[in-house]
Design a protein around this ligand. Sequence first.
Ligand SMILES: O=C(O)CCC(=O)C(=O)O
Ligand SMILES: [Fe+2]
Length: 314
Amino acid sequence: MAGKINLENFASKLSAKPIYIELYKLNVYGVGDFFKTHKDTPRSDTTFGSLIVVFPTSHEGGILLLRHGGQEWSFDSAALIKETQPSIAYVAFYSDVEHEITPVTRGHRITLTYNLYFADVADDDATAKPLPAVIPAGVEMHFNEKLAAALADNTVLPSGGYLGFGLSHAYPVSVKTDPSKMMNCLKGNDAVIQRACIRHSLQSFLRVVYTAPDEDENGIIQFYLMDHIVDWFGNSEGESVGSFLVSAGGKQVDVTGLNGLYDCGQVEDGGSAETLDVSWVADLTTFAGIETSYIAYGNDARIDHVGYTNFISR
Ligand SMILES: O=C(O)CCC(=O)C(=O)O
Ligand SMILES: [Fe+2]
């Protein structure tokens, strides 16, 4: 019996975000071959993941183990292929998912790997639809309800303000990356938040949070919110990190999270920098960037965190 899917019945719309895929390589594993733990290298700002297609050659072992955010999944292509022959197995995952292939114990495991890219990130388009979430629709609905309740409650940010969310995923970043374009490439939970904001007509933006020792060198770390990735080569005058960030448009901000190392309340009043008040809903996360030669921040300890903020006006 044929059934029709009515899109309006789904919280998570099956709206296709244009992507393109690029064949990257062929892997052949014999008995004893494995692939040690790694993350795939993003090829550009628009890379968001990898697709692996496993050929229907009989084998055992060669299990793909995937890890992200403290969780682990296994993908046993050998077992899947055995179930219904002849068949191929395939799996796709985000670029910041760590993975490995356990040793093949019988036969040959042959795979094609593809790079996945967003296709529609036009230079002037910061409003393209976010990627559909790979998370249960129930989670998205729950988040939407909570956000709607917070917005309806006038005791939450009574005179408006900023809500901040630490990102759940890492994204490829270089000094040339424009955070407003990264908005088109949000993944998983990050995209859920973005969709909810669009639904509730909340303005949302990505901001980079930099850390800097304060001017008095008394061990206090200060945080600066920037709308762009800072090019440290611009600091030819040798200014302190804090004043360089302020002169580049940075706003001092307080944060929560970061392993509890830095709690709110460290921002001093009356400083020269304008202080922005952000209510962190999801703690700021350490920006576990994907280290590649493409990424300029790899060895710059100051580019630490990317936060996601939404402005609520009352
Ligand atoms: O062969 C596989 O299943 C995965 C290979 C892989 O992780 C890679 O080529 O980066
Ligand atoms: Fe890989």
